[in-house]
Design a binder for this molecule. Structure first.
Ligand SMILES: *Cc1c(COP(=O)(O)O)cnc(C)c1O
Length: 237
């Protein structure tokens, strides 16, 4: 990524903020904007943070931890909040527990138990969201709605984790109505469970569907390409 692209980050961030503010105004709620910086260098995060962004999401453990360390060293005054949002393998839980503030992609108890055991005592409890496979796609991560309550109850027993809510990534949709269907189903599920378990975060909505997600009831959107530009994935061996 070239330097001139970094100069586009602040104006794009402001466009996203404006769009979100309009949607939030219509919904009558405040919405948290997470900037998803995966594949972009620490300098891109710095540019967004300099423009006022404080909440960031990362998908890959090593890449994310390196950026967290870099930003803590270069700009401790920003006090950024970091969310791990990708699939998490057991051999990467320790570094994630030692670096991140939130893990939003919990979909099985084993990973939650490892994060609980590995969260350093000197750090605040790790905030977590459970990822729900709302349209039951075979290829996707996330717990099936039918298995959700059992996972919630087990995660709530872990003292070093704080269960805050649910996250979902619906399948891409061609029409607004198709887009709204899983978002509405997720909101319905959230409304049933939130009072029972004290949940306050529903994370759904990305660059392509953030307005629809807010309309459906999201409290947190995860926006990558609309802020940082198109991603170029390095060849992962
Ligand atoms: C990459 C990613 C995003 C951001 O996607 P964009 O379409 O670039 O906004 C959001 N959520 C998750 C879980 C992601 O992996």
């Amino acid at each position: 990524m070239s330097q001139e692209n970094f100069s586009q980050i602040a104006p794009r961030l402001h466009q996203v903020q404006d769009k979100l503010q309009e949607a939030a105004g219509k919904a009558g709620r405040e919405i948290v904007l997470m900037a998803v910086s995966k594949t972009f260098p620490a300098e891109a995060v710095e540019a967004a943070a300099a423009a006022g962004q404080r909440v960031f999401g990362e998908n890959y453990a090593q890449e994310g931890c390196a950026k967290i360390d870099a930003l803590k060293a270069s700009h401790p005054e920003y006090a950024l909040q970091w969310h791990f949002i990708g699939p998490l393998q057991a051999n990467k839980t320790r570094m994630v527990a030692e670096h991140f503030d939130w893990v939003d992609s919990i979909d099985r108890l084993k990973i939650a138990q490892r994060l609980n055991d590995q969260r350093p005592q000197g750090m605040a409890p790790l905030n977590v969201l459970i990822e729900v496979n709302i349209d039951a796609e075979d290829t996707k991560s996330g717990v099936a709605p039918a298995a959700l309550e059992e996972l919630i109850e087990n995660v709530q027993k872990l003292p070093r984790l704080r269960l805050r809510g649910l996250m979902t990534i619906p399948a891409p949709a061609a029409t607004k109505e198709e887009q709204m269907k899983p978002l509405r189903a997720m909101k319905k599920l959230f409304d049933e469970l939130a009072p029972r378990y004290g949940l306050d975060v529903l994370s759904m909505g990305m660059s392509a569907d953030m307005v629809a997600a807010v309309e459906a009831g999201s409290t947190m959107v995860r926006v990558g390409s609309a802020i940082f530009g198109a991603r170029h994935y390095p060849n992962k061996a």
